[in-house]
Write a protein that binds this ligand. Structure first.
Ligand SMILES: [Fe+2]
Ligand SMILES: [Fe+2]
Length: 251
């Protein structure tokens, strides 16, 4: 396996590994994002078994022991399986996550005490980079789910939102909503719930310039429009199953 590295926003690098055995013949990518600064931040650790591969990719950009922040969207193997391996190689590194993730899993599972981020709290990474943590419970899955927004570049590190199959370009201006709908139909990975549309539309208010997908290309363009279209699709899925739920959520 090979990990490709691309700069998708100023100082934000996408590390992408295609696993052809998942959803063949298209395959499936796992992406991590390294945000450079005085305090470099990794969003997604990679699977535990992929750690040697991802560490080697990070070392092409910075000495891995310089890593300061270890972050991810939710508690799953592809998001945080190598968290403790990273803590071991980077002595100054801290895991940072929302209150739910820390209370439910990370206070126990992380080898060092994690830093709790409140909804909306920001970390200054230096060199102009600043990431804000936003709670998105159960969206697309996981009670502890959240995203990070890098304010200087307008990059939303949106995790599993917009998941798609295949190994596309590192950065696209093309449609990411259609492929996300297709992947949802195949994997059914989202926890459909009445708050989905409203929560995703709240992310649209950030008007992100770049959407950094964990499974798929990064998107450059009107991030708000893409998020609203995704929210509309989820509303339809939920409305089809439980019309009262959407009416209650909208009230
Ligand atoms: Fe996930
Ligand atoms: Fe994922």
């Amino acid at each position: 396996m090979e990990t490709k590295i691309s700069e998708i926003s100023d100082g934000i690098y996408r590390l992408s590994t295609l696993v052809p055995e998942i959803a063949p013949p298209a395959g499936f990518t796992y992406n991590q994002f390294l945000v450079l600064g005085d305090e470099p931040l990794l969003f997604h650790t990679g699977l535990r078994r992929m750690f040697p591969l991802i560490r080697s990719a990070v070392s092409r950009l910075i000495p891995p022991e310089r890593l300061r922040w270890i972050t991810f969207g939710h508690y799953e193997a592809d998001e945080c399986g190598a968290m403790n391996e990273w803590l071991a190689v980077a002595p100054q590194a801290e895991v940072a996550h929302g209150q739910t993730g820390c209370l439910v899993s990370l206070n126990d599972m992380a080898d060092r005490t994690p830093r709790v981020l409140q909804d909306g709290e920001a970390i200054d990474l230096g060199q102009g980079k600043r990431v804000r943590y936003l709670d998105t419970p159960h969206i697309p899955h996981g009670w502890e789910a959240g995203v990070l927004y890098e304010e200087a570049t307008g990059t939303l590190l949106c995790g599993d939102l917009f998941t798609q199959l295949g190994d596309g370009p590192a950065l696209t201006e093309g449609d990411i909503v259609g492929p996300a709908i297709a992947a949802e139909d195949i994997f059914k990975y989202s926890s459909l719930n009445p708050s989905m549309g409203a929560t995703i539309r709240k992310l649209a208010q950030l008007s992100p310039l770049t959407l950094a997908l964990m499974h798929g290309p990064s998107f450059a363009g009107d991030g708000a429009a893409a998020l609203r279209a995704l929210a509309d699709n989820y509303d339809h899925r939920i409305f089809d199953r439980a019309p009262d739920a959407v009416e209650t959520a909208a009230a």
